[in-house]
Design a protein around this ligand. Structure first.
Ligand code: CA
Length: 327
């Protein structure tokens, strides 16, 4: 009897241990409602049922991984007011030019255009309102792991290595600094709740080679054309390119516009990208569902979800609005 029961129990255990599909990935937190990459936005996304919370990672002057979407920090903080004169020749303020102690003096705010002061998304949280701090990668990991302990859930992290080639040019090693931290918190394994993502193929290769990363990896794709360095997004989306990627990564992160196209619902077409990726064993996690910036080929969030989940059969989705996707 046990001989028959045991495999059944094993497969049941595997089923319950398996991750939900499709995965809801909170893009910069619940950034549709609160300033991106604040712990408040991450807590809200956690409460809204996201399966993974995204971190964009850059380095500070003293070599600490900090959570910012861009290498420059003047679109989401009051750095121009607090540190006048600390900009580079291009007029921008960079995380890399400030220590963590200095970054901690900044107030994080809703994304705005530093030239006009206007909000990037006018219907979202108001610019300049609230009191939010810059977060280090390690603080955010501790925050999520503590929430997992207190709720019994196992929400994952989804760190993106931002502009590694630019960091190298500045004499810094972003991946070489981030990976030891991820290892220390138990994320360097295929079954760990962590996807590391990057737009740069050379760095993805380095992660799997020189840096011996064993955890899950996602190659981000920036539509068609030439990407950073030797990254050729057009080639990577061919069958041969996807087969090459399958030797390196666990999935691709294409823009939604590479998965579903059309200038109107009548002209809507689901491309074969996700299906071809599946054929070589790659998951697809497209970016980014925004309720206030829907593609022209759909008229509602629900319509887009139906197309992506039921027709394109994607395995995960980046969204600024986790609640609307998790329903
Ligand atoms: Ca990102």
């Amino acid at each position: 009897m046990l001989r028959f029961l045991f495999p059944l129990l094993l497969s049941l255990a595997a089923l319950t241990a398996a991750e939900p599909r499709p995965l809801i990935i909170a893009h910069r937190g619940a950034s549709g409602y609160l300033p991106e990459h604040t712990l408040a936005a991450k807590a809200l996304a956690y409460g809204q049922g996201a399966d993974y919370l995204e971190q964009d990672v850059v380095l500070s002057k003293d070599g600490v991984p900090v959570i910012f979407h861009d290498t420059h920090i003047d679109t989401t903080t009051d750095v121009a007011k607090k540190f006048p004169g600390h900009q580079r020749a291009d007029g921008r303020f960079y995380a890399l030019d400030f220590t963590v102690a200095e970054l901690k003096q900044l107030n994080v705010t809703e994304r705005f255009n530093p030239k006009t002061g206007k909000a990037a998304f006018p219907r979202r949280f108001p610019v300049g309102v609230g009191s939010f701090s810059v977060v280090t990668l390690e603080e955010e990991i501790q925050f999520i792991q503590q929430l997992n302990r207190s709720t019994g859930r196992s929400v994952g992290i989804y760190p993106e290595l931002k502009a590694p080639a630019w960091h190298h040019k500045e004499g810094r090693d972003l991946a070489g600094t981030v990976l030891p931290i991820l290892r220390r918190y138990g994320y360097d394994a295929k079954d760990a709740a962590c996807f590391v993502q990057c737009f740069e193929l050379a760095e993805i290769k380095r992660l799997r080679g020189e840096l011996a990363w064993k955890g899950k990896l996602i190659m981000l794709l920036g539509g068609k054309g030439q990407g950073p360095g030797d990254t050729d997004f057009t080639y990577l989306q061919t069958d041969a390119g996807l087969a090459d990627l399958a030797k390196l990564v666990d999935g691709i992160g294409p823009p939604i516009s590479s998965v579903v196209t059309g200038k109107s619902p009548a002209e809507r077409k689901v491309t074969d990208l996700a299906a071809r990726a599946h054929k070589v064993g790659l998951a697809s996690h497209p970016y980014t569902l925004r309720a206030d910036e829907l593609p022209k080929c759909v008229t509602s969030v629900d319509e887009l979800l139906r197309v992506l989940f039921d027709e394109a059969k994607v395995d995960g989705l980046f969204t600024d609005f986790p609640d609307l996707c998790k329903r």
